[in-house]
Ligand binder design. Structure first.
Ligand code: ZN
Length: 432
């Protein structure tokens, strides 16, 4: 997941709960079931040190792409682009900002499963996940103090990549009516560059893509809590997700999320082209964008359950007689943030699963942080910061980073039905 929005919020996060990753005992996988053993094996390879964190434009990223192409070939999927590879040059805004003019040559990996219904197979659903990560670069990392340590990105996003591979196997065994494009994007961490390239150079006409399902960070399921963003991007999607979850019976997830398609991952590139999207996500954790995001922390059994839910959603979308009804939601207005503003630190721990809330719900505040010293508490809903209304994470971050470290701002919160005004002195990231 790209840290365009998340990074400044998360640098100080300490998670309140410790992951419990005990997978339930389960029967051996069959062709109709997700395979946690294969999921774990794919993640362990992609997140091994030999691929050096899969930064776009590095040999480790190219090796990962070659591995994915081999996996699609052995699954018997069709080449939609030569050798399953869609090359492009990645040049991020950050690169440009740092004076870098040499693009990073890299590639998406793309495979096709033809649908079984001749009347519908010229329509496509896209199942995707980025496979790149941060490599050894501290540029987007939360742990710059780790220097050039390898950030293996097991959850972000070897996990999503493995989910797409297992969905490819499951759907190939019993193809749906519409065709399915499986795609692993590169350069997501540099600003969703691979998915932008894909939608602007689509291997099939883009108006024939009826939905995009994105998997970014699905390897850390805890307490059956699954986030599915984007359910408001088509009128039918919420009911489809809910009924796919109901089929799971006692294995049901507690699903939160909802909302638009503008989150900080590859689904945003598709939503910008008027395609309904979903983003499956097992939430943030303390290893996000750090060298400690390793394969031994993956809950492969939990991820297999996410894959099985997603399989039911994918089939429902791919088999339904009519296309989904796209819903356009206006993009959140983002304001420019100064370099100084990016250093501003409050110390909140936002609840990423609470998108139905008007305002920003906090699951906690970091001890000793400006938020803590200013009197904010877990359970507070921030509705105003510095005189600006806070409706969601976007408006919150815009309001926060409009200020400098040291500024005193008025923060209005809802607490137990009451509206409280707090005066908070903003700090600087990394202390001080
Ligand atoms: Zn990421």
């Amino acid at each position: 997941m790209s840290n365009r929005i998340l990074r400044p919020l998360l640098a100080p996060v300490l998670l309140l709960a410790v992951a419990s990753c005990t997978p339930a005992p389960r029967a051996l996988p069959t062709a109709a079931h997700a395979d946690s053993t294969v999921i774990r094996r794919d993640i362990e390879f992609l997140a091994s040190d030999r691929l050096e964190g899969r930064l776009a434009g590095t040999p480790g990223n190219d090796s990962a792409a070659a591995y994915l192409a081999r996996r699609y070939r052995s699954l018997g999927l069709t080449e939609l682009v030569p050798g399953y590879l869609q090359p492009f040059d990645a040049l991020s805004a950050q690169d440009a900002h740092m004076g870098r003019t040499q693009p990073r040559p890299t590639q998406n990996v793309v495979a096709l499963l033809r649908g079984r219904d001749p009347a519908l197979r010229d329509e496509y659903i896209v199942i995707g996940a980025h496979f790149d990560h941060l490599g050894r670069s501290p540029m987007f990392a939360m742990d710059p103090e780790a220097g050039d340590a390898i950030r293996n990105g097991a959850d972000d996003n070897a996990s999503g990549t493995a989910a797409v591979l297992d969905l490819a196997r499951l759907l190939k065994a019993n193809p749906p009516r519409r065709s399915v494009i499986f795609v692993n994007f590169s350069a997501e961490e540099l600003g969703v560059l691979g998915s932008s390239w894909f939608v602007n150079h689509p291997p099939v006409p883009i108006e024939r893509m009826v939905a995009m399902l994105n998997f970014d960070m699905v390897g850390r399921l805890r307490n059956d809590k699954l986030i599915v963003y984007g359910t408001s991007t088509a009128t039918e999607l919420k009911a489809i997700v809910d009924s796919a979850n109901a089929v799971a019976g006692s294995a049901m997830f507690r699903i939160s999320g909802g909302g638009d398609g503008y989150g900080p991952s590859d689904q945003s590139s598709f939503y910008a082209k008027d395609i309904p999207v979903l983003h499956f996500f097992t939430d943030l954790h303390e290893d996000y964008h750090r060298a400690t995001d390793d394969a031994d922390k993956i809950n492969a059994g939990g991820e297999a359950r996410v894959v099985e839910l997603a399989l039911r959603v994918a089939r429902a979308v791919a088999d339904r007689p009519a296309r989904l009804t796209f819903v356009h939601i206006a993009a959140p207005v983002r304001t420019a943030v100064s370099e100084e503003g990016k250093q501003t630190y409050l110390g909140t721990v936002p609840d990423m699963g609470a998108s139905e809330t008007k305002g920003l719900l906090l699951t906690g505040v970091r001890a000793g942080s400006p938020a803590d010293l200013g009197g904010l508490k877990a359970g507070d809903v921030i509705v105003e910061l510095g005189g600006v209304a806070v409706k969601d994470l976007y408006s919150y971050s815009d309001a926060l980073y409009a200020h400098k470290p040291g500024d005193v701002v008025k923060i209005v919160v809802l607490r137990g039905g009451e509206r409280l005004e707090l005066s908070v002195t903003l700090g600087r990231r990394g202390g001080g």
